[in-house]
Ligand binder design. Structure first.
Ligand SMILES: NC(=O)c1ccc[n+]([C@@H]2O[C@H](COP(=O)([O-])OP(=O)(O)OC[C@H]3O[C@@H](n4cnc5c(N)ncnc54)[C@H](OP(=O)(O)O)[C@@H]3O)[C@@H](O)[C@H]2O)c1
Length: 254
């Protein structure tokens, strides 16, 4: 793909967009957005079935499914190999989760923390490092999905991992600036209709989380997809090293 000669601009030809966790929830909504702008979309996840569902929903579009557990460095390198050196215009580090409750005792807790740090923080770091050499220069975009838990805690290791993503993204933005690559994060609040929160109907937990918002509703995957699409756009060419909170006002920005 031809690279734009305009600093900060995104290439005008079809962009190549890699979305981790692109088969479900927010990742799926993000994939749908980029397909609708005509991008070539690569969705990555551990299970092939949700990824193939994205392909089936867009039979006329260029959607590629790459099965990989991003906590495994060899699998991460295979994702990079599958791209065969093509320029990546947008990388969306969206894969993550809260993991299983820890087994009793310190060893159990350590194992659970390591799993959550692997799944949310180290997976994003590894794939970004693996794809860094093929990110578009200038105009490349890295967008990472953090969480409201990074701002106010929550889930123990989960909040710590999501906060770690913000510190790492800030450093990466410095590195990317030299090459015209922007690096930003989105921190969603409660987003229903995801596998993460599959209790989208009325429940005490749903009602409690909605009541924390100023707008009186849960977020939808499309709310987050819109924020990601903006950060990946040409309009966001001078936005880097930032955290965009998408939380219905549950935590106020400063
Ligand atoms: N829903 C919320 O309220 C909320 C709020 C704040 C932040 N978030 C964050 O938003 C992101 C998207 O979550 P979601 O809410 O859309 O839930 P989701 O539907 O569970 O999506 C998570 C995706 O990540 C993939 N994934 C998980 N571990 C992976 C691994 N080791 N390797 C490759 N792919 C992996 C999953 O696919 P496989 O299982 O097939 O691998 C799944 O498609 C996550 O990072 C989550 O922490 C969610």
């Amino acid at each position: 793909m031809a690279e734009s000669a305009v600093p900060g601009a995104v290439p005008s030809a079809a962009r190549t967009v890699v979305i981790t966790g692109g088969g479900t929830g927010m990742g799926r909504a993000i994939a749908d957005r980029f397909v609708s702008e005509g991008a070539e979309v690569v969705v990555v996840g551990r299970r092939l079935e949700p990824l193939e569902r994205v392909q089936r929903a867009h039979v006329d579009a260029a959607v590629r499914a790459v099965q990989a557990d991003l906590t495994d460095p060899d699998a991460v390198l295979r994702v990079a190999d599958a791209l065969e050196g093509r320029v990546v215009d947008v990388l969306v580090n969206n894969a993550g989760g809260v993991g299983e409750p820890p087994a009793p005792g310190l060893h159990g807790r350590l194992q659970a923390w390591r799993h959550v740090l692997d799944q949310n923080l180290l997976s994003a770091m590894m794939l970004t490092e693996a794809l860094w050499p093929v990110l578009a220069r200038p105009g490349g975009r890295v967008v990472t999905i953090s969480s409201i838990a990074a701002q106010r805690g929550g889930g123990g290791a989960y909040g710590a991992a999501k906060a770690g993503l913000l510190a790492w993204s800030a450093e990466l933005a410095v590195r990317g600036g030299r090459d015209g690559i922007t690096v930003n994060s989105v921190a969603p609040g409660y987003v229903a209709d995801t596998e993460f929160f599959n209790e989208s109907g009325r429940s005490p937990r749903h009602d409690a989380l909605v009541s924390q918002t100023l707008l009186g509703r849960a977020g939808a995957p499309a709310d987050v997809a819109g924020a990601v699409q903006y950060l990946a756009s040409e309009d966001a060419g001078w936005v880097t090293g930032q955290v965009l909170s998408v939380n219905g006002g549950a935590v106020l920005g400063r």
